[in-house]
Design a protein around this ligand. Sequence first.
Ligand code: FAD
Length: 407
Amino acid sequence: MTNNDQHYDVAIIGGGCVGGTLACALAQEGLRVAVIEAHEAQRMWPVGSVDIRVFAITRASERIFRAIDCWEAIERGGVSPFRDMRVWDASGPGAIHFDCAELGEPTLGYIIEQRVIQAALNARMEMLPTLTRLCPAELGAFGLADDAMHITLADGRQLRTRLLVGADGAASRVRGMADIAVEVRDYQQEAVVAVVTTEQSHQETAWQRFLPTGPLAFLPLRDGRSSIVWSTTPQQAAELCALDAPEFLERLTAAFDQRLGRVTAVEERARFPLRRLHAKHYIAERLALVGDAAHVIHPLAGQGVNLGLLDAATLAEVVLDTQAVGRDYGLYANLRRYERWRHGDNRIMQRAMDGFKELFGASAPPLRLLRNTGLGMVDRMGPLKQLLSRHAMGLAGDLPRLARPNA
Ligand SMILES: Cc1cc2nc3c(=O)[nH]c(=O)nc-3n(C[C@H](O)[C@H](O)[C@H](O)COP(=O)(O)OP(=O)(O)OC[C@H]3O[C@@H](n4cnc5c(N)ncnc54)[C@H](O)[C@@H]3O)c2cc1C
């Protein structure tokens, strides 16, 4: 590599779903992009197996994947559309039902395995001639000098770039090394995730029952099974993971109120601690944060990666627009547009999830009454329900170009 080869327009630390999407969005417009990723992703897996990590992907995220030419590969890898969503309260009659037909949309969204998205992104990255993927490679250090960000990798390799992006997840080293403060709230909850088989069909519906200890979601998979996300206290999560399979199935069937009959089989179980995290700033001179490096949200509405994809699409737009008018997109003043656009939107979504979590976790009778009557009222109020669902699908609000129709 010559000295010149080591200079990139944008260098992205972390080639996960968010970093990979940003890299494709920039490189397909001809920018020289480096992606530094610590771990090689799975390329192949046994037929019939399902990744324990799945995402509920919004229609806005589908548009972003289409715009970066990844959607067809994701579809080939397997997507499960969900057309209905049913949410109900375990301690009362309150319930709400969202139906894609009411919204004039073919689906509400898709359940997709993380490894399917990652494999499609990696394949697309390999096709883009101005994109260099360094993997396995880890960030060592970085510092500003001579109008560039200088990066040293853990193995000693050196790069220069006009913009360094931290897409390195919730424990972001980029964020830490840039001394960007975070607001953290530990929910004192863990999510138990697993793939399960139920007696009855999932009916292409995403189901969520609010229990006093937290929400329990059943997400429909294309092979007829469901992926569960059971948010609960850390003690109960540990207990649930330690139970033998028959006992776990019995507890799960009861917790889900037999809505799909008995739960008859479970694969491997895993636990994830839940917390909210928000970086006070998303930018610094020649530096930006995207995805979980910038914000971590409760998984109850399945929005985390979707917000990160909107960050990626927005930052790509700001970089390309700034470059188009001959300005330096790495400058703090020019990155401000990205921060203004995304910081407020992500905060609103985080607060909304906190509000839901608090309301549904409350056992005081007035709050129980409020949520049960509230759910019923929203269910009957067409326009408000439409607004809520369009937001959850990522079809409302100030969307970046890549997430708009016909991007
Ligand atoms: C139980 C659970 C369920 C969830 N369900 C949903 C859902 O249904 N829908 C949804 O939208 N979201 C969901 N989320 C949230 C979602 O998992 C995250 O928002 C998403 O994975 C964040 O993607 P990312 O690319 O920002 O970060 P990550 O996925 O964390 O990717 C970061 C990448 O950076 C790499 N990296 C890290 N440090 C370095 C370094 N120093 N050098 C080089 N590389 C590095 C890592 O190897 C990794 O590949 C869920 C989360 C949980 C816990």
